[in-house]
Ligand binder design. Structure first.
Ligand SMILES: Nc1nc2c(ncn2[C@@H]2O[C@H](COP(=O)(O)OP(=O)(O)O)[C@@H](O)[C@H]2O)c(=O)[nH]1
Ligand SMILES: [Mg+2]
Length: 293
């Protein structure tokens, strides 16, 4: 684990000679990190997959884990408490975006330097967490996404429905082109953020629905943060995917609309509050919304 949380990769092309033993036979253990990592699990009916998701977290990879329950009808809350997780419960089903707002508000209030968001549906391999976090610790990225779409054959064999695969590819090609990025996908439920990203982005103004995820990435691009991704081969089974065709179509159209909003804002044709910096808004919202703890 890195000792210092870098914001930029170091540049030291010239160095004193040293013995290669320093690399091949390290004498002492790396000290424990000095920055705080919080993992958040936005949960909705995650009772059957929660334990499996957590079992893959490498020991010591995060300092705190928060589960926010969005009005699940199953035993998610009781199970999470039994497992010793920190739990916040929404009084009713407020939506996926609203769930993440509660997650990130908590992380900012509790001084997280790095925030890991992972769906508790066992779709993403949590063993990857330290590797994704490392790209932030090394100062290479501000946002790291788990990329489920490494190759077509693998993705379809893993069980992603073909219509989800095709729409994911089409939206990703469109988003990469319009946003000047080169990501494997924009629709992943495994993401790592540097604190400054969530401080700057006015996420309280985002949708309470699924398009929250897209808005956050488009905002990250708008504010100049560096995005990157790591492969997380997908696992598909009934509990890992609840969104149906109709909601997916709505999500796709909202994604296109978000990119259009971004360009209208950039061209100063129609300004959107989504792309105005957040600092004051987050401060206010942090004081007024505490979630139903
Ligand atoms: N907070 C909240 N989360 C939801 C709701 N419906 C689905 N989810 C979660 O949204 C996440 C993504 O949905 P999922 O069906 O797994 O999408 P897919 O894996 O991309 O097909 C999962 O973690 C679900 O538990 C909801 O009404 N509220
Ligand atoms: Mg899923």
């Amino acid at each position: 684990m890195a000792r210092v949380l870098l914001t930029e990769p170091p540049l030291q092309p010239f160095h004193e000679p040293f013995s290669v033993e320093r690399i091949l036979q390290p004498r002492r253990m790396e000290p424990r990190r000095h920055h705080k990592i919080i993992a958040v699990l936005p949960a909705y009916n995650a009772e059957r997959t929660l334990a499996a998701t957590l079992a893959d977290f490498p020991p010591g990879c995060v300092d705190d884990i928060l589960l926010v329950d969005d009005g699940s009808q199953d035993n998610t809350v009781a199970l999470a408490r039994q497992m010793g997780l920190r739990v916040i419960v929404h009084d009713r089903n407020r939506g996926y975006g609203a769930n993440q707002k509660t997650c990130y508000r908590y992380c900012l209030q509790h001084n997280a330097d790095i925030i890991v968001m992972i769906h508790p549906d066992y779709q993403y391999d949590a063993r990857v967490i330290p590797h994704a976090v490392a790209f932030i610790e090394l100062g290479i990225c501000d946002v790291v996404l788990g990329n489920r779409v490494r190759g077509r054959r693998e993705t379809l064999r893993s069980g992603m429905p073909w219509w989800k695969y095709l729409s994911n590819r089409a939206l990703t090609i469109f988003e990469n082109f319009c946003l000047g990025q080169n990501l494997g996908e924009f629709h992943s439920g495994f993401r790592v953020y540097r604190r400054q990203v969530l401080e700057m982005i006015p996420f309280e103004r985002n949708s309470d629905d699924f398009v929250f995820d897209t808005q956050l990435l488009v905002q990250a691009v708008h504010f100049g943060f560096r995005l990157g991704d790591v492969p997380v081969p997908v696992r598909y089974f009934p509990e890992a995917s609840q969104i149906n065709f109709r909601r997916s179509v709505r999500y796709g159209l909202q994604t296109v609309a978000t990119v259009a909003q971004y360009w209208l804002h950039r061209l100063r044709i129609w300004r959107s509050p989504l792309f105005e910096p957040a600092r004051r808004a987050i401060g206010n919202d942090c004081r007024t919304h505490n979630g139903a703890e």
